[in-house]
Design a protein around this ligand. Structure first.
Ligand code: C2E
Ligand code: MG
Ligand code: MG
Length: 707
């Protein structure tokens, strides 16, 4: 912007001359012919310099100068007096007193005038630049102050010795202290809680000082500040150094934030990441870190620990048939029961679904883990009441010990899982301690599962029939259908593949095929041979099949389709398995019994049927397990068999002794009062052709008889 010059002279000609002399300057020139005119211009314009004629009619130059000095705006405006008269000193002094700064005497040398004017213009320029810079500085100061006061973050200024010099309102709010309480106090004593051991923490040893005195900022998001009343507040802060113009370390500005809320959210997120929402138990994340900790601890302390892997036996069925709400409720109940079986120091987690893990620490971890497993199995096999329904589940547990059964977490988990799989495979509701031979076994049964699926698709099964005899007459009173599977050039035992079929659900298709095949066979034999009225074919039914609610319906359909009379049929159910879902099973068996089929309790003596429970079962036959027959030469063995016979008589149920292999056994059984038996001594399970030869011998051909 151009600078302004005001020239004042009562002589117009002088003004013109003056303007001409100043023409080469890049300025704006205002001209006035009298003092009042000059003053009125000065009211509106700010000027860099006034060239002022002293002698003017009315108000002379000195008066104008005096009035200019009275106004703030023009007080410091430089004036050059122009005068033709008197160079005497007192006159000049009068000019200086009135605030003028220079004199030029007429007639003036234009060169002198110009250079003087230039000097004043230059001074004015500097002056206004300085003012501008000052203004900017003031603005900056106020806006910085506003900023410091209005930010949400707490700001504390420190001198280089760690004494508080400034506290913004947000800091006052967060800490509950007023600025005056804190200013003048050492920051380490009044606000920052340090980990330094001394009673009087040393400022020069603090992390803030060490970083800032080196010109670096220090940041932490895990600090604690002391607020009013000694309350501790978690904070995140950055301490930055401030410097003198010389660059020397001058102090510190700490900008901090109260992170109480964030900490709470973090804790919640952390909790959620570690715990299972349904049961409140640790989840897979927690389990993984707990297991790794246990390994590390065990390596240092040389104390062993045990890891239990547990899977519920029939959880999926509950979930599928009763819905997820029932499943959730059951899981909660299960987690309570598990918690009741373990100690506080054991770590229980739910990995998801129906999988639970327990880590048991301590010198006696091995014995403790087996004791806990027994307790768990017994506790979880008791009925659960969910939505008014009585449910039976049970659990299979795999156990590994550290050290010895795995080098790291992965291997331990894998081996515990193998042991659990093996426990399931051996009939569930039991625990298994890992051993190194298991891997091969499990791989074998996995391979078996694949083969079994193929066998089901191709229907690679056939039935053998083992005769049941009256030991007194040796007459055949019936047969038991036993499934056979030929895999390539070998036979696979049903004792091996039936559990796999049960595990995989394949038992449904297989069982249906057995039932239908046996019914057709019976129909055909009835047509062919002159069988007695009470001749029966016994068909093994897995308890797994009983859980299929459409079973009874399907059996009725097959009986109808094959036109076999249901009184020719007997279903065999294994005792130990039957125990598990008592009430429902009783109803199902009653429905089967109502159809006219016989119901046999297989392998009797291997389960733990209570007398009350036995009395409720709609049984027609009890089959004494082979283990008792094997023991018949001992007094205890005989005592048990006598007791079973007495019980059966009381319940009005027939008895069949299983697995009779010798004549002595048969004789002893007869002597004890047992009539019916099955066993290699009388006949092995036979092919259809071989059975037919026997039936022909015993009963003769029907057509021959009728003919
Ligand atoms: P189980 O129902 O108790 O059948 C009797 C088992 O004992 C048969 O074995 C039979 O061959 C065997 N056995 C009979 N007499 C003697 C003897 O004097 N000595 C010896 N050592 N064994 C004898 P198998 O056929 O291997 O069947 C084993 C088990 O597999 C059966 O036990 C039964 O629980 C199951 N099973 C067989 N067929 C089926 C079927 O079609 N469906 C279902 N669900 N299970 C079946
Ligand atoms: Mg049987
Ligand atoms: Mg049996």
């Amino acid at each position: 912007m151009k600078q302004n010059i005001l020239i004042v002279d009562d002589q117009k000609a002088n003004l013109v001359a003056l303007e001409a002399s100043l023409a080469e300057l890049d300025v704006h020139i205002f001209a006035a012919t009298s003092g009042p005119e000059a003053l009125s211009i000065l009211l509106k314009q700010s000027v860099a310099l006034v060239l002022l004629d002293v002698q003017m009619p009315g108000m002379d130059g000195f008066e104008v100068a005096a009035l200019m000095r009275q106004r703030a705006k023009t007080r410091r405006t430089p004036i050059i007096f122009l005068t033709a008269i008197n160079k005497d000193d007192s006159y000049v002094f009068k000019g200086y007193e009135s605030g003028g700064v220079d004199f030029i005497f007429k007639p003036y040398d234009p060169f002198v005038l110009l250079s003087k004017v230039r000097i004043f213009l230059e001074l004015d320029l500097r002056q206004s630049q300085l003012e501008e810079a000052l203004n900017k500085l003031r603005q900056l100061k106020t806006s910085n102050e506003i900023l410091l006061r209005s930010v949400g973050e707490g700001i504390i200024g420190l001198a280089s010795d760690g004494i508080v010099t400034f506290v913004n309102p947000a800091a006052e709010m967060i800490l509950g202290h007023s600025a005056t309480d804190l200013i003048g106090q050492p920051i380490l004593k009044s606000v920052i809680v340090t980990a330094q051991k001394h009673d009087e923490p040393m400022w020069t040893e603090s992390k803030i000082y060490r970083a800032c005195s080196q010109g670096q900022a220090y940041h932490t998001d895990v600090a604690v500040f002391r607020a009013v009343g000694g309350k501790m507040i978690p904070v995140e802060y950055t301490a930055s150094p401030t410097h003198q113009p010389s660059g020397a370390f001058d102090g510190v500005v700490i900008v901090f934030k109260d992170i109480t809320e964030r900490k709470k959210i973090e804790e919640k997120l952390n909790y959620m990441a570690q715990y299972d929402a349904l049961t409140g138990l640790g989840n897979r994340n927690l389990f993984n870190s707990a297991l790794n900790n246990a390994i590390t601890f065990s390596r240092h302390s040389h104390q062993p620990f045990a890891l239990l892997f547990m899977d519920l036996d029939r959880f999926k069925q509950v979930n599928d048939t009763l819905g997820h709400n029932a499943g959730d409720l059951l899981l909660k109940e299960v987690s309570h029961r598990i918690s009741d079986c373990i100690r506080d120091t054991d770590i229980l987690c739910r990995l998801g679904g129906d999988e639970f893990t327990i880590i048991i620490n301590g010198k006696a971890a091995e014995q403790a883990s087996q004791r806990v497993s027994e307790k768990l199995i017994s506790s979880l096999s008791k009925p659960f009441e969910i939505f008014g329904q009585e449910l039976y589940i049970g659990a299979s547990i795999g156990i590994v010990y550290f050290p010895g059964m795995g080098e790291d977490a992965n291997e331990l988990i894998k081996n515990a899982d193998l042991a659990m799989y093996q426990a399931k495979h051996e009939g569930r509701n039991r625990y298994k301690v890992f051993d190194h031979g298991m891997k091969a076994q499990v791989e074998e049964s996995m391979a078996l599962e694949i083969d079994l699926r193929r066998a089901v698709d191709n229907c690679d099964f056939f039935l053998h029939y083992q005769p049941k005899v009256d030991m007194r007459t040796r007459a055949i009173v019936g047969v038991e259908a036993l499934i056979r599977w030929r895999l390539g050039d070998r036979m696979v035992s049903p004792a091996l593949f039936i559990p796999v079929a049960e595990d995989t659900g394949l038992i449904g298709v297989i069982g249906r095929w057995v039932f239908e095949t046996a019914c057709k066979q019976m129909r055909q034999w009835q047509n062919t041979f002159n069988l007695p009225d009470d001749f029966r074919v016994a068909i093994n039914v897995s308890v797994q099949q009983l859980q299929d609610h459409s079973l009874v319906h399907e059996l009725i359909q097959i009986i109808r389709d094959t036109q076999v009379s249901s009184s020719w049929l007997e279903l065999e159910i294994t005792e130990s398995l039957l125990m598990e879902r008592t009430r429902e099973n009783i109803q199902l068996l009653a429905a089967i019994r109502d159809q006219g089929c016989g119901v046999a309790l297989d392998d009797f003596g291997t389960g733990y049927s209570s007398m009350g429970y036995l009395a409720q079962l709609p049984l027609t036959v009890m089959k004494i397990d082979k283990t008792f027959v094997d023991d018949i030469h001992r007094p205890q063995g005989r005592a048990i068999i006598s007791a079973v016979l007495a019980l059966a008589r009381g319940l009005n149920v027939d008895v069949v002794a299983e697995g009779v292999e010798t004549r002595e056994q048969a004789d002893e059984l007869v002597r004890l009062g047992c009539v019916h038996a099955q066993g290699f001594y009388f006949a092995k399970p036979l092919s259809v052709t071989d059975v037919e030869v026997l039936l022909q011998e015993c009963f003769g051909n029907r057509s021959l008889v009728t003919d």
